[in-house]
Design a protein around this ligand. Structure first.
Ligand SMILES: Nc1nc2c(c(=O)[nH]1)N[C@@H](CN(C=O)c1ccc(C(=O)N[C@@H](CCC(=O)O)C(=O)O)cc1)CN2
Length: 287
């Protein structure tokens, strides 16, 4: 069997076209969507992601504000900027690029972003709302995965889904979204005793482990949909996912590549969340 490849880049292009149309409609009503992005430190991968977020905004007709801080920035300075952006009615979305330098209390920074502008969906209130299946900003990577599953018509109600990884950014919200969609969800992690026992039962397998090519074909149920959230840079500079693509594609029914799979959908969903926030602001103003 050779798996069908789920093209995240093509889907992202399509969805970004729809987002741009919504952004243009808002701008015409006097509410141009605006995203503020804070980058602290000099992590090269974070710099690339922030650059791509700003470029994605520009292409979609979303205004962006970028604030760069050195790695030794004082947390109070960043907190003061967040308070200023929270109070600015022209700003609809605020995000702080992760990871943060060690002097920062990540949870405190994320809580300092207004719930209404938390387009990353990392604020505890948005996390709680998602867990209760209420309207919330949904973290961008798992939200992108759900869009991909939907566009591929992957049945989720009653499906066995396994998520490998329990991070706040991907694993936990992914498990909540799959649960809300009616899947029976198992979350595996570094303490899981028999990983293969779980993964071989999965109709949908999401890998978010952070280990290059960790999920090999022998861990996959024939015909399963395999979603690779990993982005690992190899010593030769090339990117690879958490899934060993060649052996997995020989067994799976459908699979996402890296690059060009989940990654492009992450920024797409950030743009969509920013537009949603601006649409809510326009509604509040009766525009
Ligand atoms: N505040 C946030 N920080 C981080 C998030 C996040 O959602 N919010 N997620 C990740 C990084 N990330 C976005 O910030 C992100 C990762 C990967 C991609 C992407 O497009 N990947 C491409 C490859 C890009 C490359 O060449 O490196 C792909 O997979 O095709 C976009 C965004 C951690 N921090």
């Amino acid at each position: 069997m050779t798996a069908r490849i789920i093209d995240g880049k093509a889907l992202a292009e399509r969805v970004r076209g729809e987002i741009a149309a919504r952004a243009a409609g808002l701008a015409a009503r006097g509410e141009q969507p605006c995203l503020a992005v804070l980058l602290i430190g000099s992590d090269p991968a974070s710099a690339v992601y922030v650059r791509n977020k700003v470029a994605g905004c520009e292409k979609a007709g979303i205004r962006s504000l970028r604030f760069d801080y050195p790695a030794d920035a004082a947390p109070e300075v960043v907190m003061a900027k967040l308070a200023e952006l929270n109070a600015d009615p022209a700003v609809h979305g605020i995000l702080v690029q992760l990871p943060l330098p060690l002097q920062f209390d990540e949870a405190a920074v994320l809580e300092a972003i207004s719930v209404e502008k938390d387009v990353d969906g990392f604020h505890a209130e948005n996390v709680g709302r998602l867990s209760q299946n209420q309207e919330a900003f949904i973290p961008c990577t798992p939200h992108g995965v759900m869009k991909m599953l939907e566009s591929e018509h992957v049945p989720l109600s009653g499906a066995e889904a396994v998520v490998i990884g329990r991070s706040n950014i991907v694993g936990k919200p992914m498990a909540m979204l799959l649960t809300n969609a009616g899947a029976t969800v198992t979350v595996c992690h570094s303490k899981t005793r028999d990983l293969a026992f779980h993964t071989r039962r999965a109709d949908v397998l999401v890998a978010a482990v952070g280990k290059p090519r960790f999920v090999t074909g022998d861990l996959i149920k024939p015909g399963a949909t395999v979603i690779d959230v990993g982005i690992n840079r190899l010593p030769d500079g090339k990117l690879c996912g958490d899934v060993d693509f060649d052996s997995a594609a020989a067994v799976a029914g459908a699979i996402t590549p890296v690059p060009g799979g989940v990654g492009p959908m992450t920024i797409t969903m950030l743009l969509e969340n920013t537009v949603i926030s601006a649409e809510r602001a326009a509604r509040r103003k009766g525009l």
